[in-house]
Design a protein around this ligand. Structure first.
Ligand code: GLU
Length: 379
């Protein structure tokens, strides 16, 4: 058994060339300001790994934590505007910290600030991918953060765990490492119960995994373990393993990359989505929701069929043809994501009907399907 687990670990890191490492605020700035020794230590490890042929992309939190201390915002929760102002002040300092730490290792860093919107627009997504490829080819370390200063609720990713997962699909990474202040996922909250056991490997992310993750976040962190599991799930569906590990321990990145038994390894899913479907599933936010009857739920989730108008029982929100929508079962549980061939107004008129009736009702027909199976991803 033990041998099996260690084999799984070693296999997950074998042949890895491109790694995305997310650095959480809880380890970079646990007291609300960057810890002096942290970045030089991280830079030393990252630069050494790059010297051995790895390509490294960093996703770093800490702009808000750094900025708030500087502009004198008290502890406790901040308004959105305060966070945006703190991020504007903190991001410069944060990147300066990275620049200084890496320049001692003769490496350049590049600041890349993204919002969800950048990734939801296919053209900008591909453009960002090109730029990141170029930086990596030149041996420059991209240091990515959410562009908090301009990101409103509708366009933000919201937490850097999910951002790091999206970045992993963007750069087609071989491994995602989330560095945090706990040694991986535990069967219970280790902060609250003494006997909590670390889960070394998660082969399949399911409801049990989510339950173990709970929903707690630290004082300066956004996500906690729940967003890490969400991120790992996105990466898994894209064929990328994730390791969540304790970034306070200096040698951790080396240990993870050697496939040692540290933190929690989340294995890639058995059925992996292709690049375009990853983008549909994770990078675009649904504008509305289509509720399906039981038969359509089965057809879509079990048989991989397209969604036809006859299976639609309710339409929620306003959306246009071509927008992303979520497909839900009658109880409202999201089952799938897809790009719709019909806007919400059209759909209200043709829901429940056979495809052959579409043209007579609307006066035109774009397609027989509301969401074609090629544009549909079961979650
Ligand atoms: N983007 C935020 C920051 O730099 C952090 C978000 C997170 O920690 O998930 O402060």
């Amino acid at each position: 058994m033990v041998k099996d687990l260690s084999d799984v670990r070693k296999t997950a890191v074998r042949g890895v060339r491109r790694v995305v490492v997310k650095v959480g605020s809880s380890i970079l700035a646990p007291e609300g300001r960057p810890k002096a020794a942290f970045l030089p230590r991280l830079a030393a490890v990252v630069a050494r790994q790059m010297g051995q042929g790895l390509e490294m992309v960093l996703v770093s939190s800490g702009a808000i934590a750094t900025g708030r201390a500087l502009i004198g915002l008290a502890r406790g929760s901040l308004s959105v505007q305060d966070k945006q102002a703190a991020a504007a002040v903190g991001q410069g300092l944060l990147i300066e910290g990275y620049r200084r730490a890496f320049s001692r290792r003769l490496r350049k860093v590049a600041q890349v600030l993204l919002t969800h919107d950048d990734l939801a627009d296919r053209r900008r997504f591909l453009n960002a991918r090109c730029t990141l490829q170029l930086l990596l080819q030149r041996g420059i370390v991209p240091v990515i953060n959410e562009n908090d200063t301009v990101s409103t609720e509708e366009i933000r990713v919201g937490d850097n765990d999910n951002l790091a997962a999206l970045v992993s699909t963007l750069v087609e990474a071989d491994l995602l490492v989330l560095l945090t202040n706990t040694n991986g996922l535990h069967d219970r909250d280790p902060g609250r119960s003494e006997g909590a056991q670390r889960i070394p490997i998660v082969m399949n992310i399911d409801e049990g995994t989510e339950k173990a993750a709970g929903s707690t976040a630290g004082v300066f962190s956004v996500g906690g373990m729940a967003t890490k599991v969400e991120a790992a799930r996105k990466a898994a569906r894209s064929g990328i393993p994730t390791v969540v590990a304790d970034g306070r321990s200096p040698g951790i990145l080396d240990e993870v990359l050697r496939g040692e038994d540290v933190g929690t390894l989340f294995q890639p899913a058995p059925r992996v989505l292709d690049g375009r479907k990853q983008w549909i599933a994770f990078s675009i936010k649904p504008r509305g929701r289509i509720v399906l009857d039981a038969g359509a739920c089965r057809a879509v989730t079990e048989h991989g069929r397209s969604l036809l108008p006859s299976g639609v029982i309710r339409v929620e929100g306003e959306f246009e043809r071509g927008d992303a929508v979520s497909l839900a079962d009658p109880s409202g549980r999201d089952l799938a994501r897809g790009l719709t061939n019909y806007g919400s107004l059209d759909l209200l008129r043709i829901k429940g009907l056979r495809s052959s009736a579409i043209e007579a009702v609307l006066g035109y027909k774009f397609a027989d399907e509301i969401v074609h199976r090629n544009n549909l991803v079961v979650l």
